[in-house]
Design a protein around this ligand. Structure first.
Ligand code: HH2
Length: 285
């Protein structure tokens, strides 16, 4: 049985060559876009299969919505939602890269045992003090995202002097903590946390500031998919109407240095990113 670190090698080798696409799969009743659609195991498995056919590099499995004001979910319930799904995907597709979108170290631990190899923590491993230890001990890759506050409080008037500088400093701190517990640099990805304690203007500044975040020396993941700042720019369009706006953000995110994009619409995103990669990286598969 290859270790998690060995299994991660192909994904790490692709970084810098082309932009990776992470497909979102939320086994939740209340996520802001796909909530309720993939709550049942069969529906979630069918969606996983579809995203892989459409070219997803990674499947990001979540069991707790982090939309503004979402109700927290207990550890036991989150495990119940994600672990059987991860196991079922891993059995069917042993080579697939699965990340678990969680802030709880025990959920991460069970998810890794079930077949995940990436921990995607929207708190930058700050909500659960054991998270980095789990990543270090298991050899998992960790995505450390910036959030201001918690999902319950984050959109209550977020204020920054200089949002790019503050997010950059905080991400640097998160990365240093991860390095200190023994996680190697190439197994740490950073994420500015679009929509997590940010106004529309903050989100735009952060996207334009991606080159500065990339300059920290870690791969950068960006999650703009169907988020509310896109709806806001487009005159109040709902999540269902935000695909084209999302694709515009993906092309520019690639141009500004994103290494991984997290999306709901894998087929469209893979096509957009391939064209952006051909232009920006001179890479064609
Ligand atoms: N955004 C969401 C959830 N997890 N993880 C990372 N690394 N970056 C992101 O931007 C990010 C994330 C929110 O999107 P979604 O999962 O679709 O919604 P919900 O939190 O309502 O489940």
């Amino acid at each position: 049985m290859p270790t998690i670190t060995e299994r991660l090698r192909p994904i790490q080798e692709a970084i810098g060559q082309r932009t990776l696409v992470m497909g979102v799969l939320n086994a939740t009743p209340d996520s802001f876009y796909d909530g309720g659609r993939y709550y049942a195991l069969d529906a979630a498995l069918a969606r996983a299969e579809q995203m892989l056919e459409e070219g997803a590099d990674i499947l990001d499995i979540g069991g707790e919505s982090t939309r503004p004001g979402a109700d927290p979910v207990s550890e036991a319930e989150e495990i119940r939602r994600v672990v059987p799904l991860i196991e079922a995907i891993a059995v069917r597709y042993p080579d697939v890269f699965i990340s678990v979108d969680t802030t709880k170290s025990r959920v991460a631990q069970y998810a890794l045992q079930a077949g995940a190899c990436i921990i995607n923590d929207i708190s930058g491993a700050t909500f659960d003090p054991r998270m980095l230890e789990v990543a270090a001990q298991t050899g998992a890759l960790v995505v450390l995202m910036h959030i201001k506050g918690t999902p319950q409080t984050m959109q209550q008037n977020p204020v920054y002097d200089d949002v790019v500088a503050e997010v950059r400093t905080m991400l640097h701190t998160h990365a240093r903590r991860a390095l200190e517990v023994g996680i190697p640099q190439k197994r740490i990805w950073l994420d500015p946390g679009i929509g997590f304690g940010k106004t529309v203007e903050h989100n735009l500044q952060l996207l334009r500031g991606l080159p500065e975040l990339r300059a920290l020396g870690f791969p950068v993941l960006v999650g703009t998919s169907r988020k509310s700042f896109i709806g806001h720019i487009l005159g109040g369009l709902p999540p269902e109407e935000r695909l084209e706006g999302t694709l515009a953000t993906l092309a520019l995110a690639v141009a500004w240095g994103a290494d991984i994009v997290r999306v709901h619409d894998v087929k469209a995103a893979v096509r957009a990113v391939k064209v952006a990669d051909a232009l920006c990286r001179r890479y064609t598969p």
